[in-house]
Design a binder for this molecule. Structure first.
Ligand code: HEM
Length: 411
């Protein structure tokens, strides 16, 4: 799951070898050729270096020989540095989409160590940390509002809500935030390019690093959205829910009410559930097409269209899903427990901002200029400063010391 800026899928045509991988060709080749990771099973691995030429290398059958060969390849690549040239993210956070580390000065062995000591899922470490941090914050926020506040205020024991209800607020909130974080760096990069008027200047390291982890952020967002859907569908299975339904029915009988149908509530739920399902469906397409085996069968244009258009539509529908879920709770003062806004308002803030910025960049005056910049156009450099005028000379004269002043008049 990623968009086209930064170190996204390298532009390729579908007839290129599979090893011209989407994120970082050489690293995939390395992992295939790695003695402990025979992914292709054919024993053949193709190298697709930056220049486009490919070389087939027969994998050695013996473990020791394979190890030696792999180490040699690491060193070769460290020397040539062709990996680093291919990855636009090299040198930023130190780790690219595939976990590639810039191979410029140090050898690959120095950077990664022998196979047994290689870092575990290096490209997932930052996205996972961000995800867990967001989950912890959102869980705590919901816990304070939904469990602790009723307990302290009315001694109401809502602790049973923690495993499902509180969790099912933290999950979608984190999921939609991660989805917004997938599209935010692309917008920041676009704004930077528009401001600079060129695409040939590097982005700041933090932005490059961020651009490089969009796929992971997107897949984690999809994963959490799936969990959220499962949790939501399990609501009626819970015993607490069944007791609540029974209690509502009893109260209804007591109030002599025959029909509990609330049209507003019915419509609200029908709409937001439908929007949620559509969002999940779109996210599934975007996530599946980010898998190398699928993305390699797509053209560059198809890939970017799916990642960009469907991804933004998913973000839009997901935000609409949360907003419709909130319905009129925005203005209900009872929702502002301890003066804190309900979680769905906070969950929508970042996605709404991203969508607004995206909308602001859609007018042709900006989008066409960005398109031109991305095709290589550069804003002409500003003219050189004008030569000093007489006024400047006079100004300079005033800067002279009293001793130098007569010298100048003599000249
Ligand atoms: C099959 C798909 C889905 C179903 C059935 C579903 C269902 C629900 C339900 C029942 C709620 C209310 C939760 C509660 O407070 O008790 C909810 C809230 C929410 N959902 Fe979904 N959802 C789906 C997909 C998604 C997706 C894909 C996203 C976004 C990535 C999403 C984002 C949200 C958000 C942000 C909230 C508001 C949570 C809050 O109150 O803080 N949902 N959804």
């Amino acid at each position: 799951m990623a968009t086209s800026e930064g170190c996204g899928k390298a532009a390729h045509t579908s007839n290129m070898p599979v090893q011209a991988s989407e994120w970082h060709p050489g690293v995939r080749v390395m992992s295939r050729r790695h003695p402990h990771n025979h992914l292709d099973g054919t024993g053949l691995a193709q190298l697709q270096p930056a220049g486009g030429e490919s070389a087939s290398v027969q994998e050695s059958s013996g473990e020791g020989a394979a190890e030696q060969e792999w180490q040699q390849e690491m060193l070769d690549m460290a020397e040539t540095g062709h990996e680093a040239k291919n990855c636009q993210c090299q040198g930023s956070a130190g780790i690219c989409r595939t976990g590639a580390t810039p191979l410029r000065s140090a050898s690959a062995l120095e950077l990664w160590g022998p196979p047994g000591e290689q870092p575990l899922f290096p490209e997932w470490q930052v996205p996972l940390r961000v995800t867990f941090a967001l989950l912890a914050i959102t869980f705590l926020y919901t816990f304070l509002r939904e469990v602790l506040q009723p307990y302290l205020a009315w001694s109401k024991n809502n602790f049973y809500k923690m495993p499902v209800l509180v969790m099912n607020k933290a999950l979608p909130w984190t999921s939609i935030t991660l989805l917004a974080l997938v599209y935010l760096p692309g917008l920041l990069a676009a704004m930077l390019q528009l401001y600079r008027g060129t695409k040939y200047r590097r982005f700041p390291a933090w932005l490059e690093g961020w651009l490089c982890v969009r796929k992971q952020l997107g897949l984690l967002s999809f994963y959490l959205a799936c969990l959220h859907a499962l949790y939501s569908l399990c609501y009626p299975m819970r015993r607490s829910y069944r007791y609540k339904v029974l209690n509502w029915a009893y109260q209804q009988v007591q109030q002599n009410k025959e029909d509990a149908w609330l049209s507003d509530d019915v419509w609200r739920m029908e709409i937001y559930i439908s929007l949620g399902i559509m969002t999940l469906g779109l996210l599934a397409v975007v996530a599946v097409t980010s898998l190398p085996s699928i993305s390699n069968s797509l053209s560059w244009r198809e890939f970017t269209w799916i990642q960009r258009s469907l991804g933004y539509t998913a973000l839009l529908l997901g935000t609409a899903h949360a907003l419709v879920y909130g319905w009129s709770k925005w203005v209900d003062s009872a929702q502002y427990v301890w003066y804190t806004p309900p979680s769905f308002i906070l969950a929508c803030l970042l996605p709404l901002s991203v969508l607004l910025v995206k909308a602001a960049m859609l007018p042709p005056c900006l989008s066409r200029r960005l398109e031109l910049i991305r095709r290589g156009w550069e804003r002409p450099a500003p003219p050189p400063p004008p030569p000093p005028t007489r006024k400047n000379d006079r100004d300079r004269k005033t800067c002279l010391t009293p001793k130098e002043e007569p010298l100048l008049t003599k000249l």
